[in-house]
Design a protein around this ligand. Structure first.
Ligand SMILES: Nc1ncnc2c1ncn2[C@@H]1O[C@H](COP(=O)(O)OP(=O)(O)OP(=O)(O)O)[C@@H](O)[C@H]1O
Length: 337
């Protein structure tokens, strides 16, 4: 378990100070994938770099498996860091070294016996699907392949935690997907806890179990990814979700709406469309779907529909109660005007 308690990181320079991380507390459970989302400058990198003490926190605690890293002397900190791998947006590979040498570097740093290095490098390359690239230089690899080398290097010393600093931000959507799949596999098969910082909500939706949203150094909201997508509380969270699931109706469509405009939210296995058509029939009202999608978050469906309901207002009200009773959330967007 990683326990971040009241963490603050302030950068001091000649003429100003910047509080990049401001009193942040997060608990990350073993073997989960945790996402930290925020716009540029929110403090995500500073927070991530405090977790392995690449940046020393100004105040607060970082406890990994019961050990407060801020209290360790430099030798013990080096040992603790071996159990926390890290990958970077721009991969940070040494261009004059081959793929195998880049990975071996991490093993030499941990004083792995020479006769074991070659075998371990081969294992790692196999794991990331680059067995045939061992003697190639980074310059000859695609972005996705470079990130795979970065991942192999980060896993070299069997870490328990992997920190990912915008690991897919420099990659195209298809390559991003394949790297996210690799991270999922690592999480599942090697039981490694993964912390991802990103400005892309798609990444969080695809891979994270829980998440936090950051702004001005502070966590504005945190929780289970599914719940946050289903009912975001803060304006910033809503903005991020809209980047993935957008329900803005064109003004021209809104002008044509004469009935009650409702947003329906169906969680999990509830068959949204089935409930809606049954309700329309039961209360003899009409429904016009204006927008809708079913998102799959952690393989669990989340259905969101925007509809115009027309007919007798009393029956519409009853229908709304009925749908709520069937475990959906209903939000009336225009109060029937
Ligand atoms: N070494 C530093 N010295 C001074 N200020 C810094 C330093 N590193 C970051 N900052 C400042 O701290 C704030 C948070 O930066 P940080 O890089 O942690 O944010 P971020 O959310 O990761 O953004 P980005 O994705 O753009 O890196 C910013 O105002 C930034 O200018």
């Amino acid at each position: 378990m990683i326990d971040i308690k009241n963490l603050t990181k302030t950068y001091f320079s000649k003429d100003r100070e910047v509080k990049a991380v401001d009193n942040v507390s997060i608990t990350i459970h073993d073997e989960e994938i945790f996402g930290i989302v925020g716009y540029s400058g929110a403090g995500k990198s500073s927070l991530l770099r405090c977790i392995n003490l690449l940046e020393r926190p100004t105040s607060g605690k970082i406890t990994v498996d019961g050990v407060d890293l801020t209290k360790l002397d430099s030798k013990r900190l080096r040992q603790a860091r071996l159990k926390i791998g890290m990958i970077f947006q721009h991969f940070n590979l040494v261009s004059q070294k081959t793929v195998a040498e880049n990975i071996a570097f991490a093993l030499k740093a941990s004083k792995t016996p020479k006769n074991k290095i070659e075998k371990r490098v081969a294992e790692l390359l196999d794991m990331v699907g680059l067995a045939d690239k061992k003697d190639v230089y980074p310059g000859q690899l695609s972005g996705g392949q470079k990130q795979r080398v970065g991942i192999a290097r980060a896993l070299a010393n069997n870490p328990k935690v992997l920190l990912c600093d915008e690991a897919t931000s420099a990659l195209d959507p298809t390559t991003t997907k394949s790297i996210l799949n690799l991270l999922k596999k690592i999480n599942k098969e090697l039981n490694i806890t993964i912390i991802i910082i990103t400005h892309e909500m798609d990444v969080v939706k695809e891979i994270c179990h829980r998440m936090a949203i950051m702004e001005n150094g502070r966590i504005v909201e945190q929780g289970n990814v599914y719940d946050i997508f289903a009912s975001p509380k803060e304006q910033l969270t809503k903005e991020f979700i809209q980047s993935v699931v957008s329900f803005d109706l064109p003004k021209a469509t809104l002008r044509l709406v004469k009935g009650t405009l409702v947003k329906l939210l169906f969680r999990g296995e509830v068959a949204g469309e089935g409930v809606v058509s049954e309700t329309l029939k039961k209360f003899q009202i009409n429904g016009n779907f204006l927008h809708g999608s079913i998102e799959y978050i952690q393989e669990r469906p989340l259905g969101i529909f925007i509809m115009e309901l027309t007919g007798d207002q009393e029956e519409i009200n009853k229908a709304i109660h009925y749908i709520e009773h069937r475990n959906a959330e209903v939000e009336v967007l225009n109060n029937g005007i």
